[in-house]
Design a protein around this ligand. Structure first.
Ligand code: SF4
Length: 759
């Protein structure tokens, strides 16, 4: 933590001055999100009134957090940078690879066996390069970050889409791909389009069955799954100050479900109390000292419509508990209308499984409130009618709620406590069901409920609600039950009604934990060996990509001309391939297997120009590479849309593809290609896409004069002996051209690190 508190002290020393300068530059009061963004501009960035949704801006985040699945490639890339230590405090959290099957202890043991080599690799890299390592069982990344690393006014990036959870402690926290994480750990700037701002004004006060989860379920219903795209959602108003820090985190966590870049709350007494209860009094004292800078300016709160692009107002005194779903988190139903919706839509009324926990809802407050319902079940002689599981978010919470007797209440009600991990939330769930194809209903306190997300079964109707509502439904086993108004038949044949849930924001006797599952980095990293077996099928150390040969690139074979949509999923499929995400050569066997070949409208079937035969895309690329030939991929509009998955850029680079030539790129993928030393080119005239023929051999000319804003020429050699040249554009700046010449951005960082070490 020493690394952290010094960093935070420095951030807080500089923050007021940076905010003042930004306010002067912009000439108006600032929202909290703007303050934090301005305070984290990269030193190369000139302060200015950035246009929202237009300007791309470089930032210098304070922290990086990675989960075990995405950390593998991020760290393999970071190792390429040649740095002895990470440039900013960073942590790895082992949470995604644990399958929920029978219970916490057995499931954890099984994961330790199955993922041994991955865990050993991650632990050894962390040890060597100065990262904190949270072992399997320590908890879910976002809950652990909230308890240990998030701080008001900070900026963090994390290799997981629910990284914004840390907004509950007033942090700008954004989910990114592994390449971004490795860049920041290597000391590079991180780029983001200056976001739009959505303000959510909370008035009134929650009571009874209503919980923070219901606020975000309501917001999701208003904004829908795309409503937050490209925007930061900032919550304010007296209603906001009445919500616990962990409740705020729940709301920020699920901002991912409306596509928001992140969400944030202003610093208040509840955050201060949470920091103190999690042994961070020093941070609370520092934050208290600059409190006014960690909230939006008063003029913004007084007239939000002048400063936000959109403002929503929610009166918490009138907010009902919500149940959202099925199949999408924005299908929002107030509980009073939910039973009617279930019947009208013919959704299965019988509830088969109720699950609580996940990074979204597993705070002490969540568990104590839902356990108060479980305790009522015991007191009123009710038994759970649906299967009921609890996935605690961290060992700190699990140990404390066990010590305080809350887990016993679940046990008595018939609940099963799973490992402190993602488990069913990410489909790591061995669900027991007689017929996986039949329609059925489950309810969770998680965040995502897309088809197949939890159990892989298309017939599962998954609904999302607060932990207390989920617990009540577990007792009813029936989706038409309304715990606010209805009664339940108990084991004595009596009709009983559940009382409102009651809980504690923070543990009355304080948090405690025996083994938080933390490994600090080694004092002497030079003695640490990074553990990767050469025989491993899941991990492979990366070799630096070769530098540009210094001449025009000639004789490229057309690998595939993709027709229509070609997302990062088409380029690098997920599903079963994810187990290879730390092994570039193995995962490259999924390269472009989802892309549609323009010439035969088939997937994964392209012509090998050397043999004339048709075969899979990866095998064909390997054949060209083995023959010492480069290849080129041609694509349609918005090539590479979807995720920031770096594999979609690394795989073609690894298999010898030199250039991607398309009608247009999704920007993140275009940048990823540039970072890997590829040529990302666009047709100057989109109709030239039609000129590319299946047997073309292609040259790229003009590279000796490669310069920003100067187009290149592509020469097409057709099989009939004719040739034609077309003009192609690019968006490389000076620095990115250097990446291309060096073979990859990381090659430059390594070169600089080596030079610095030799001085
Ligand atoms: S609990 Fe679910 S949402 Fe949270 S990090 Fe794990 S998989 Fe993602």
């Amino acid at each position: 933590m020493a690394f952290d508190i010094e960093m935070i002290r420095k951030v807080y020393e500089e923050l007021p001055g940076k905010i003042e300068a930004a306010r002067n530059e912009v000439g108006r009061p600032l929202t909290l999100a703007e303050k934090v963004l301005f305070a984290h501009l990269h030193t190369d960035m000139k302060l200015q009134n950035f246009e929202r949704g237009v300007h791309y801006v470089d930032f210098a985040p304070d922290r990086v957090a990675m989960q075990d699945a995405t950390a593998q490639m991020a760290l393999l890339q970071f190792m390429q940078a040649g740095r002895p230590q990470v440039a900013v405090p960073s942590t790895v959290h082992c949470d995604h690879l644990i399958q929920a099957k029978t219970g916490a202890a057995e499931d954890l043991n099984a994961a330790l066996n199955t993922n041994k080599e991955v865990y050993e690799f991650l632990a050894s890299v962390c040890n060597k390069y100065g990262l904190g390592f949270r072992k399997p069982g320590a908890g879910i990344i976002h809950q652990v970050v909230l308890e240990n690393y998030a701080f008001p006014g900070g900026m963090m990036i994390g290799t997981d889409s629910h990284t914004p959870n840390a907004g509950g402690l007033g942090m700008i926290a954004i989910g990114v791909g592994g390449a971004d994480a490795s860049d920041v750990m290597a000391g590079l700037a991180w780029e983001l389009k200056w976001p739009k701002l959505i303000g959510v004004k909370l008035t009134g006060k929650m009571s009874g069955w209503t919980a923070p989860k219901d606020i975000i379920l309501k917001v999701a219903g208003i904004l829908t799954v795309k409503g937050g795209t490209g925007a930061i959602v900032e919550y304010f108003g007296e209603g906001a100050d009445g919500i616990s820090a962990t409740g705020k985190a729940t709301i920020c966590n699920m901002g991912a479900e409306i596509g928001a870049t992140c969400s944030i709350f202003g610093y208040d007494d509840r955050m201060s109390a949470y920091l103190k209860s999690t042994e961070r009094e020093d941070i609370a004292v520092l934050a208290d000292g600059i409190k006014e800078h960690l909230r939006a300016d008063p003029q913004v709160i007084a007239a939000p419509k002048k400063y936000f692009d959109e403002v929503i107002e929610i009166n918490l005194s009138e907010l009902e508990p919500h149940v959202n779903g099925p199949y999408t988190p924005d299908l929002a139903w107030p509980i009073s209308r939910f039973a009617e919706a279930v019947k009208a839509n013919n959704w299965p009324e019988k509830l088969e499984v109720a699950l609580i926990g996940s990074c979204t809802n597993s705070s002490y407050e969540d568990i104590s409130r839902s356990a108060s319902i479980a305790q009522q079940a015991v007191d009123k002689n009710l038994k759970a009618k649906a299967e009921f599981t609890i996935s605690p978010g961290s060992e700190l919470v699990r140990y404390t709620v066990e010590k305080d007797g809350w887990l016993k209440a679940y046990d008595n009600m018939g609940g099963i406590v799973m490992a402190n991990a993602c488990g069913p939330c990410i489909g790591q769930w061995a669900r027991h069901i007689d017929d996986p194809s039949r329609k059925n209903s489950i309810i969770t306190s998680f965040n995502r409920n897309f088809a197949k997300r939890n159990d892989g079964f298309p017939g599962t109707h998954a609904f999302v609600a607060s932990p207390e509502i989920v617990t009540a439904f577990a007792l009813a086993g029936d989706l038409t039950f309304n715990p606010l108004t209805d009664t339940l038949l108990n084991e004595d044949g009596q009709q009983v009604k559940l009382d409102e849930p009651k809980g504690y924001e923070l543990p009355p006797k304080g948090f405690s934990v025996e083994d938080p599952g933390y490994q600090a980095p080694a004092e002497d990293p030079s003695s640490v060996q990074v553990l990767v077996s050469p025989e491993s099928q899941r991990l492979q150390l990366l070799e630096p990509f070769p530098a540009w040969e210094g001449t025009d690139i000639k004789g490229l074979r057309l690998l595939i001309k993709a027709r229509g949509k070609c997302t990062t999923d088409h380029i690098s499929m997920a599903g079963p391939w994810l187990k290879f995400r730390g092994h570039l050569d193995n995962i490259s066997n999924n390269m472009l297997i989802g892309a549609l070949n323009y010439f035969n409208d088939s997937t994964d079937k392209v012509k090998n120009q050397l043999t004339g035969e048709y075969g899979p895309v990866p095998a064909t690329a390997r054949a060209y590479k083995a023959a010492g030939l480069g290849s080129i991929v041609v694509g349609d509009e918005n090539y590479g849309e979807g995720s920031s998955r770096e594999h979609a850029a690394m795989e073609p680079r690894h298999l010898g593809v030199r250039a991607i030539l398309v009608k247009s790129f999704a920007r993140i993928h275009e940048t990823n290609l540039k970072k890997q030393g590829m040529l990302a080119l666009t047709f100057a005239h989109k109709e030239d896409y039609e000129k590319i023929l299946e047997d073309d051999i292609i040259d790229i000319e003009g590279l000796n004069h490669f310069a920003p804003g100067t187009p290149l020429t592509v020469l097409l050699h057709h099989a009939d002996g004719t040739s034609e040249s077309i003009i192609v554009n690019h968006t490389y700046n000076e620095q990115q051209i250097e990446w291309f010449k060096a073979g990859a951005a990381l090659n430059i960082i390594r070169r600089n690190a080596l030079a610095a070490a030799q001085q």
